[in-house]
Design a protein around this ligand. Structure first.
Ligand code: DC
Length: 208
């Protein structure tokens, strides 16, 4: 039987770390849906054609974590036809037997509105920028904290204000603000929420 955990939130709020940890804890499969948009953005050419023809090899590109990929992703993610082309793949993944965790921006609102658990993981832009800056080396990072903060805010702006599937919490999502939480504390909270919800609900709709 399928069991879907939908995790949405802005960049660098901790949703990827939480999604991986929840999946490992419960033995669920995990899909980082941002990778789909990153792969479409990096493929070049017509993004709609790229989304329709997305392959395993596209998803295995080594440069999908780069800033260029992130920027390209947020540009193609505003296109409704690109989003539509990626729906079936995500829904199929969500409905697999054994359970699935999907993290992204619209999982609880559009892809799986009937997910058994919906988390909205967030943190202030300043905290998220500081995390990115420290990850990139802190004082030795190629970009300043202010530059990274500007990028975080620009990406939030694009993700939250696009017409199709904007980033926002589903009405029945539990918000997890990680601004003042350690990674371990945030993961523990997410696991506790999922554990408390394991019971039958309507689930993710079928792909077609
Ligand atoms: O989570 P990420 O940084 O890999 O996301 C890259 C971009 O893709 C980001 O600007 C938002 C977009 N995205 C989206 O629109 N919907 C998703 N489900 C996942 C990512």
């Amino acid at each position: 039987m399928s069991f879907t955990v939908a995790i949405d939130g802005p960049a660098a709020a901790g949703k990827g770390t939480i999604a991986r940890a929840v999946a490992a804890h419960f033995g669920f499969a995990h899909l980082d849906t941002g990778l789909l948009y990153r792969a479409v953005g990096m493929k070049g050419g017509d993004p709609v054609a790229a989304a329709r023809a997305l392959s395993e090899a596209d998803l295995a590109r080594p440069d999908l974590r780069s800033h260029a990929a992130s920027d390209a992703a947020s540009r193609v993610a505003v296109l409704p036809e690109v989003r539509a082309a990626l729906v079936a793949f995500q829904r199929d993944f969500a409905r697999q037997a054994g359970g699935a965790v999907l993290d992204g921006r619209d999982i609880g609102t559009v892809i799986c509105p009937g997910a058994e658990v919906k988390l909205f993981v967030t943190a202030s832009p300043e905290i998220r920028a500081r995390r990115r800056w420290l990850e990139a080396g802190g004082e030795t990072a190629p970009e300043t904290l202010d530059e990274i903060l500007a990028q975080v805010k620009a990406r939030d702006e694009r993700d939250m204000n696009r017409a199709d599937a904007p980033l926002r919490p589903a009405g029945d999502a539990v918000t997890l603000d990680t601004s003042d939480l350690s990674i371990d504390a945030a993961v523990a909270r997410a696991i506790a929420i999922v554990a408390s919800r394991r019971g039958p609900r309507q689930g993710c709709p079928s792909a077609n």
